[in-house]
Write a protein that binds this ligand. Structure first.
Ligand code: NDP
Length: 230
């Protein structure tokens, strides 16, 4: 069965993806800085800080089997006025959200090219497309992902490699814990489907994009947002 590497698979969306792909018979390897908070079963975990190229190289050196699918999901958010943040925070957000995707693709693409097959999926955000007030750095890091995905899809298509992004709306994970109940209620109200997303909504979209059912889909930023951004 196909082998998928999922970054940020310790919790939230990455955890839901790891469990769903595992339940469908995929070989799953998850990367994260901390140990996952769930029973791994057949899922393999490797400690990795995706913002560090060296840490990604060390993790890749522990993986023997070819990688068919890369799901670059690890990410951090940063909320506040742009004047609240310094260069260190700018680096942390960019190096994790965009740098993590760059580091992993830089290391994994050569083997996909030589095998003439592969699927790369990045978890972006609707804010990368439209921009969020008080999330300028986060929005920029996701906008970079969207451009990179489109460019890589053109570059790698002739090698039989598909490259796409899933762009979630608001999804109830630890990342949303900084928002008050009132904020959450407002976000729900602004969503045409009148509910917020859950991690499984995103995992199911990833499963489709990874599968042969999506064999003609590449270079796309696929919104999974309840209609919040149309
Ligand atoms: P969580 O905070 O629940 O999980 C984040 C995951 O990323 C954890 O597994 C964490 O593992 C991992 N991670 C963070 N930094 C690093 C790092 N440097 N190296 C390796 N792993 C790292 O967030 P979500 O599940 O909500 O978010 C997953 C993705 O979805 C992110 O890219 C996020 O931007 C995106 N997204 C989320 C939305 C939401 O509303 N929740 C909306 C739109 C997009 P550990 O800490 O163990 O390293």
């Amino acid at each position: 069965m196909a082998h998928i590497v999922i970054s940020g698979g310790s919790r939230g969306i990455g955890k839901a993806c790891a469990l769903l792909f595992n339940s469908k018979g995929y070989d799953v390897t998850v990367l994260s800085r901390k140990d996952p908070e769930y029973d791994l079963g057949r899922i393999r975990h490797i400690k990795c800080d995706v913002s560090s190229m060296q840490s990604c190289k060390d993790a890749m050196s522990l993986i023997d089997e070819p990688i068919d699918i890369l799901l670059s999901n690890a990410g951090i958010s940063l909320s506040g006025l742009i004047t609240d943040f310094d260069e260190e925070e700018y680096r942390r957000v960019m190096d994790t959200n965009f740098g993590g995707l760059y580091n992993l693709t830089r290391l994994i693409v050569p083997q996909m090219v030589s095998r003439k097959k592969g699927s790369i999926i990045a978890i972006s955000s609707m804010w990368g497309q439209t921009g969020a007030s008080c999330e300028a750095l986060y929005s920029a890091s996701k906008g970079a992902i969207d451009s990179y995905i489109k460019a890589l899809a053109k570059e790698l298509g002739p090698s039989g490699i598909r490259v796409n992004a899933i762009s979630p709306g608001v999804v109830m994970t630890d990342m949303m814990s900084c928002y008050s109940e009132e904020d959450i209620a407002c976000l729900k109200d602004e969503t045409p489907l009148q509910r917020l997303g859950n991690a499984d909504d995103i995992a199911k979209a990833c499963l489709f994009v990874a599968s042969d059912d999506a064999s003609f889909v590449t270079g796309q930023i696929i919104g999974v947002n309840g209609g919040m951004l149309i």
